[in-house]
Design a binder for this molecule. Structure first.
Ligand code: UT7
Length: 328
């Protein structure tokens, strides 16, 4: 049986910070409301010249450096994003060129906030199949360009950034022991970008005027409850598959949707909240990139130690949800 290893991680967030106090000046909100309802204090915003592939490039270079692998050795790049530089070519194609990964094939995956876990799943299966050996899995978003800055319920949540991991077939390095992914298309209307696609609302003066190109959350407080259940279900599925109990887990690294969602998930699982890795206070929700960035920061800060059992879990638009279990 082949062993899939994570041999390097990296991440990058833009320099510019947008604090809750800054938001108080542009919408009807308060730092207190945002912090108590979400756990967010500030988020990062990409410079006007930075696209998703620019953020991903830095995250990938850091991951390649920590893996000790040259760009020419990468044979596949999978980019999870809902904010690619362009829809054609894909965000991954732009990234491939910027990284100089001239021997790689590259493509995007769209799975909203669960994107990094979907990309890990595809990479794991392709390594098992023998089709590819060294895969760069990256998740990056410039959410600030698809957020309606007049919608106070939604715009306070999102931020920009990228995270990456290098996967390879190896007996060394952290072992990716399982990945599980799920979708429920019939509930997709709750978190969506309604315009700009091939539906009845292609980009037009009218669709832009109606703000259809922005991310929309419908009844976000209902998604809140669904998210708690799906986060917890995904963790349990990973544990059952690997024959572990929640007591065996050293870290849960979740998608950073809302601190209260993560507290409720920990309570549901009977898991200490101090062992849920949190970045939401400083970055907000970076959709697909949240888990990837949190994983890299947990590794680089020394929080994750060798042999630790680490469970990644996410939930998002689609609906999508899933898990990955790693023995570090
Ligand atoms: O990453 C994918 C997964 N994420 C999600 O699915 C999102 C999950 N949902 C959430 O995180 C939360 O539902 C929100 C943070 C979006 C909202 O928090 P909430 O505790 O569910 O608030 P609510 O929607 O029940 O709204 C409570 C009140 C409303 O006022 P009234 O009707 O009670 O007078 C809102 O108008 O808070 C008001 N409100 C705000 N007030 C100040 C909504 N947004 C704001 C704001 N500042 N930014």
């Amino acid at each position: 049986m082949k062993r899939v290893a994570i041999v390097g991680t990296g991440s990058y967030v833009p320099v510019k910070k947008l604090t809750n106090l800054d938001l108080e000046k542009i919408i009807d909100t308060t730092d207190e409301w945002i912090y108590t309802r979400t756990g967010i204090r500030e988020r990062r915003i990409a410079d006007k010249n930075e696209a998703t592939s620019d953020l991903c490039k830095i995250a990938c270079e850091r991951a390649l450096k920590s893996a000790g692998i040259k760009p020419g050795k990468i044979d596949l790049i999978i980019l999870a994003t809902i904010t690619p530089d362009t829809h054609c070519p894909s965000g991954a194609n732009w990234l491939e060129a910027k990284l100089g990964c001239d021997n790689a094939v590259s493509f995007d995956i769209t799975a909203a906030c669960t994107g990094f876990i979907f990309a890990l799943h595809v990479a794991e299966k392709l390594i098992f199949s023998g089709a590819y050996k060294n895969i760069l899995v990256v998740a990056g978003e410039v959410m600030s360009r698809v957020v309606n800055w007049e919608d106070r319920e939604s715009c306070i949540l999102w931020g920009d950034g990228a995270g990456a991991a290098v996967l390879t077939e190896s007996n060394m390095g952290a072992e990716l022991r399982s990945t599980h992914i799920h979708t429920e298309g019939k509930s997709g209307g709750t978190l969506l970008m309604p315009g700009g696609g091939s539906k009845t609302t292609p980009i037009s003066h009218e669709s832009v005027h109606m703000k259809l190109h922005y991310l929309k959350m419908i009844e976000a407080n209902k998604s809140f409850k669904v998210a708690v259940n799906k986060f917890a279900e995904a963790v349990k599925e990973a544990l059952d598959y690997n024959g572990y109990s929640i007591k065996d887990v050293d870290w849960i690294i979740p998608h950073q949707a809302n601190k209260r969602i993560l507290q409720a998930m920990a309570e549901k699982l009977g898991f200490p909240f101090e062992k849920v890795y949190i970045t939401i206070e400083k970055y907000g929700n970076i959709s697909s990139a949240s888990v990837a960035i949190a994983l890299d920061e947990a590794v680089k800060s020394g929080s994750i130690k060798r042999d630790d059992i680490v469970v990644l879990t996410a939930f998002g638009g689609g609906l999508t949800w899933g898990s990955a279990l790693i023995r570090w």
